[in-house]
Ligand binder design. Structure first.
Ligand code: NAP
Length: 289
């Protein structure tokens, strides 16, 4: 009997991210060569969470590598919500800043939604303010959340048919699950959104041509949940005994899925790259392409 084992491509998100960053670097260079200032990302760090400090460092390094400027506003863990809002308002008004990112989590007493709502929509390169979330819902132009945008680029790069496909998204967060569901639906997929109360999750997933897991439950998606030939996108990141683990049993789905993103060098590098894309878009909306 002929083997039905599928040749599975393990997505190299880092290589794809690097290709996109090269194009971004060329665009930045082109702008700067005309005498304009470079695009600039402002990051706001409140408190001294080492993980947050490390994420900020990574984002600033990514900016520097493509010739983008970045500035950091650091506030102590004791900062009040008013103090954080003052910084956001100052950055909103700054002619020298194109994108604003407030690193989460924020200390107790500083409400993330209140801070997000204060970021000017044109500088909201995370795409998470109510205005940009609303624009996405309405299908209007606006900054899109970075992880979902990166997932769409991965699907596009691997020529995964989206129109008419059944996409199943596990997770309904504002940062990943909801926006990726909307982007897939706007690309004419038929989308099923799943969450912790979904019944017969495995059976629903088995029908997916595109399966996106954005949950945070290690290896939730097992090989027998995956339809042969499906595109499997693993967004989840959990750390177990110091090791990074995704939401998908990546090794197990090899030979079944058409593509699968690994939990390292998969979606993560694309997320930061989309932050750079959105910052350049914000700059070009102001200065022209
Ligand atoms: P979140 O806000 O915690 O949302 C998790 C979602 O998963 C919720 O909608 C929850 O359902 C659902 N869920 C939880 N347990 C479930 C289960 N057993 N079965 C089905 N659904 C379940 O998380 P998030 O911010 O979207 O992040 C999800 C994961 O992606 C995390 O591991 C995070 O670290 C990772 N992440 C990675 C990147 C990247 O760039 N690689 C970016 C963002 C997030 P309910 O709504 O019913 O509670």
């Amino acid at each position: 009997m002929a083997s039905t084992r599928q040749e599975t491509v393990v997505v190299d998100g880092l290589a794809l991210a690097q290709d996109i960053r090269q194009d971004l670097a060329k665009a930045v260079e082109r702008h700067v060569s005309t005498g304009r200032r470079a695009p600039c990302l402002a990051v706001v760090l409140v408190g001294d969470d080492p993980a947050s400090a490390s994420y900020i460092k990574g984002k600033r390094r990514a900016c520097a590598r493509i010739g983008m400027d970045s500035i950091e506003r650091k506030l102590p863990a004791t900062a009040t919500e008013r103090e954080v809002l003052d910084v956001v308002e100052e950055l909103n008004a700054s002619e020298g800043v194109d994108g604003i990112l407030v690193q989460l989590p924020l200390p107790d007493g500083v409400r993330p939604n209140t801070i997000a709502e204060a970021i000017g929509p044109d500088k909201d390169i995370d795409g998470l303010t109510p205005i940009n979330a609303g624009r996405l819902l309405l299908g209007e132009p606006g900054h899109r959340a970075c992880t979902p945008l990166g997932i769409m680029k991965i699907l596009e790069h691997h020529e995964i048919p989206i129109e008419g496909a059944h996409a199943v998204v596990i997770g309904r967060s504002a940062i990943v699950g909801k926006p990726i569901s909307l982007l897939l639906q706007q690309a004419n997929a038929t989308v099923t959104m799943c969450h912790s109360r979904t019944k017969q999750l495995a059976a629903v997933c088995r029908n997916a041509d595109i399966l996106v897991a954005a949950v945070g439950v290690p290896r939730l998606v097992q090989p027998d949940w995956v339809k042969p030939g499906a595109a499997v996108i693993d967004v989840g990141v959990s750390i177990i005994d110091g090791e990074w683990v995704g939401d998908v049993d990546t090794e197990g789905v090899r030979g079944i899925a058409r593509i699968v993103t690994p939990h390292r060098r998969g979606v993560g590098p694309m997320t930061i790259t989309m932050l750079l894309c959105n910052t350049l878009d914000a700059y070009e909306a102001h200065f022209g392409a």
